[in-house]
Design a protein around this ligand. Structure first.
Ligand code: G
Ligand code: G
Ligand code: MN
Ligand code: NA
Length: 254
């Protein structure tokens, strides 16, 4: 209960911070994008990961304020980053509660507009479960965002109660293959291999980009590359870092 009061203040008092995890082109290793991940620098408890406060934020509705802040910060970061590396993009996670809000479109257009970011440089990551519970209104909203040029990723793909029929209805631009499948590629797991291959082929048929998530090892990297996934994310390529570090990593030091 005390944490709730703390969380309410956290947004206003600037205790939230963003980290960015690189998403690379698997063939070249070039960083193309980054996923924005929120943290909370709690005055007494130190830096808390999302798992420690997002469930509470969702219960209390504070997730809306948090996601609004995240969207603005991510757009600002992307605009800064693009001054160094022209075509990079940034991805943000959007809570189910936010999808249900008509003002999501206003929030997003304000955020890109405020920093002059082209809409194609912003990806919204949505989970299957958020999408499946989505009404017609949610679908309309996503279509409007897509018409504005915003990109839409289905996060943790393969873990929800996915009915494949929704792939025909969601105006997605990419699938992120859940790391539970990628992690099993190491063990030469034929089923995991077949799953990643199937998702990659499915994505191709729907003209969707693919990101293999949670790539940690050289053999996982080799496997997702052999399967033909174009993009990867995971500790093998980089942990989530502050924007300054992301910029530094990309700027030649000598
Ligand atoms: O950074 P970490 O691996 O602990 O992130 C855990 C999960 O928290 C992510 O999978 C993501 O779904 C969620 N998450 C991280 N940042 C945000 C955010 O800004 N908004 C929302 N809604 N979820 C986030
Ligand atoms: O939104 P999503 O649930 O996909 O968030 C990505 C989460 O996965 C973040 O919490 C991030 O810290 C975590 N993550 C990113 N790369 C790796 C990885 O290579 N291994 C593991 N175990 N977790 C990762
Ligand atoms: Mn994500
Ligand atoms: Na994910």
């Amino acid at each position: 209960a005390e944490l709730i009061a703390d969380l309410r203040r956290a947004v206003d008092e600037g205790q939230l911070l963003m980290e960015f995890q690189p998403i690379v082109d698997l063939a070249t290793g070039t960083v193309r994008s980054a996923e924005a991940l929120v943290r909370w620098r709690h005055p007494r408890l130190g830096v808390l990961p999302p798992a420690r406060f997002l469930p509470l934020a969702e219960e209390t509705g504070l997730i809306l304020a948090i996601d609004r802040w995240v969207i603005h910060e991510a757009c600002r970061a992307a605009a800064t980053w693009r001054r160094h590396v022209p075509e990079v993009t940034v991805a943000v996670n959007i809570a189910a509660a936010h999808l249900r809000r008509p003002d999501l479109i206003a929030t997003v257009t304000e955020a890109v507009g405020a920093v002059g970011l082209p809409p194609r440089a912003l990806t919204l990551e949505l989970t299957e479960s958020a999408l499946i519970e989505g009404s017609e209104a949610v679908l309309d909203r996503l279509t409007q965002l897509r018409d504005l040029g915003i990109r839409i990723a289905i996060d943790d793909f393969g873990t929800g109660y996915s009915s494949l029929s929704y792939l025909h209805r969601i105006p997605a631009t990419e699938l992120k293959i859940d790391r539970s499948f990628v992690s099993r590629l190491d063990a030469d797991d034929a089923r995991a291999y077949a799953t990643v291959e199937m998702v990659n082929r499915l994505a191709g048929a729907f003209d969707l980009a693919v990101v293999a998530e949670g790539v940690e090892t050289g053999s996982q990297h080799a496997a997702v590359t052999a399967i033909g996934c174009l993009h990867g994310q995971g500790w093998r390529y980089g942990r989530p870092v502050a924007l300054s570090e992301l910029l530094h990593a990309l700027t030649p030091v000598d």
